[in-house]
Write a protein that binds this ligand. Structure first.
Ligand code: MG
Length: 160
């Protein structure tokens, strides 16, 4: 899964209960170092991108307000809007195959499926491994945590 763009769900994926998910900051900093574009999406309409970015920075998550898409901005069907943003966005010059990373089968993974995008279910939030069998669609990858996500994104003997 090399050189893709990533779309991260926030609650349960990047933070939970006021704390960053372990490994999230390290992984996201690695993406930045490698020039891999990513954005955050939230379906909470009551906060601005700047407010969300401030919260993430306080948790040690690398972020600017331009990397946060709220549902108010992604007016097209959730990920459809994000996909257009990523492909058209700054620093993304070719059409990249975007990968959704999320913790909830019924929103994140289903939306990715409907948008014909690849997805990673990260088991740090709502959905559990045993939920997959009864879900309407399956994620492309399933990982326990950021450590496992890193091995999926950077396969090979040197972690690249
Ligand atoms: Mg979530």
């Amino acid at each position: 899964m090399a050189s893709r763009a990533f779309i991260f769900d926030l609650d349960g994926t990047v933070y939970r209960g006021g704390a960053a998910i372990p490994g999230a900051s390290r992984f996201l900093n690695r993406l930045i170092r490698d020039g891999v574009p990513f954005v955050f999406v939230t379906n909470r309409a009551n906060r601005t991108s700047a407010e969300v970015a401030d919260q993430l920075i306080k948790l040690g998550i690398p972020c600017t307000e331009h990397m946060v898409l709220t549902s108010a901005q992604a007016t097209a069907a959730y990920l459809g809007g994000v996909k257009a943003y990523l492909i058209g966005g700054k620093g993304v010059e070719q059409a990249l195959a975007s990968v959704v990373v999320g913790d909830f089968l019924m929103t994140d993974i289903l939306a990715a499926h409907n948008a014909q995008m690849s997805s990673v279910l990260i088991l740090t939030g709502v959905s559990k491994r045993e939920d997959i069998a009864s879900a309407p669609c399956s994620p492309t990858w399933i990982v326990e945590d950021y450590s496992e996500l890193e091995t999926v994104v950077y396969p090979g003997p040197n972690g690249r």
